[in-house]
Design a protein around this ligand. Structure first.
Ligand SMILES: C[S@@+](CC[C@H](N)C(=O)[O-])C[C@H]1O[C@@H](n2cnc3c(N)ncnc32)[C@H](O)[C@@H]1O
Length: 191
């Protein structure tokens, strides 16, 4: 059996270089998003989305994926030190391209910030069992509730690759473009 395509690096918070998570927290605040279930692609070691949403009295809950062992270790450290954060924020370790939809609930808000950034040549092969970026986006669209939101990061290092995928998806999927917020591009699910 093949090994997982985990990320052999980690990402510490650097808002000057990668502000998407911080902009997401701003978007949640600006739109008064409350009592919602959020799926987040790419925690970082800092876990700022999970921590913020667990502590801002929004009653939002976050499930977030990391493919980095160091980032997952940081979550274990965080949740052992701050029990109440772990009640509203769960990070898990895995390759998002191996997502099994049976395991996930439906979400009110989904971040697809790192679409196309970490696709390996073997990802969608039969032997690895993963999916393409297009399929990943379709799967998470299906997992988004009606009137829920799907957000992209226009500053992603892979945005030039992700944008045509998003443009094609926008035409076929039950989504409506809401507009830009800082570095983020926001869609609403219509059905
Ligand atoms: C550049 S870092 C950005 C982290 C954070 N969103 C930020 O902006 O500060 C990319 C993130 O994607 C995660 N990641 C990379 N490949 C992944 C994969 N195949 N499945 C799930 N997460 C992945 C990494 O663990 C990391 O958290």
């Amino acid at each position: 059996m093949l090994k997982m395509n985990y990320w052999t690096d980690k990402w510490d918070l650097d808002v000057a270089v990668c502000p998407c998570d911080s902009h997401f927290n701003d978007w949640v605040a600006k739109n008064k998003i409350k009592n919602k279930l959020i799926y987040h692609f790419g925690t970082g070691t800092h876990h700022v989305i999970g921590i913020k949403q667990a502590t801002n009295k929004s009653n939002n809950a976050v499930l977030a994926i990391t493919a980095s062992k160091e980032e997952y270790d940081a979550y274990i450290q965080l949740s052992t030190e701050k029990a109440k954060v772990s009640k509203a924020y769960v990070a898990y370790f895995g390759d998002i391209y191996l997502t099994n939809p049976k395991i996930l609930p439906d979400f009110d808000v989904v971040t697809m910030f790192h679409l196309c950034e970490f696709f390996f040549p073997n990802t969608a092969s039969k032997s690895y069992g993963g999916m393409t970026d297009e399929k990943l986006l379709d799967m998470f669209t299906a997992k988004t509730k009606k009137n829920g939101h799907i957000l992209f990061y226009m500053g992603s290092m892979a945005w030039a690759k992700a944008l045509p995928i998003v443009q094609k998806w926008e035409k076929r999927a039950p989504v409506k473009r809401v507009g830009e917020f800082k570095t983020l591009l926001v869609f609403r699910k219509t059905k």
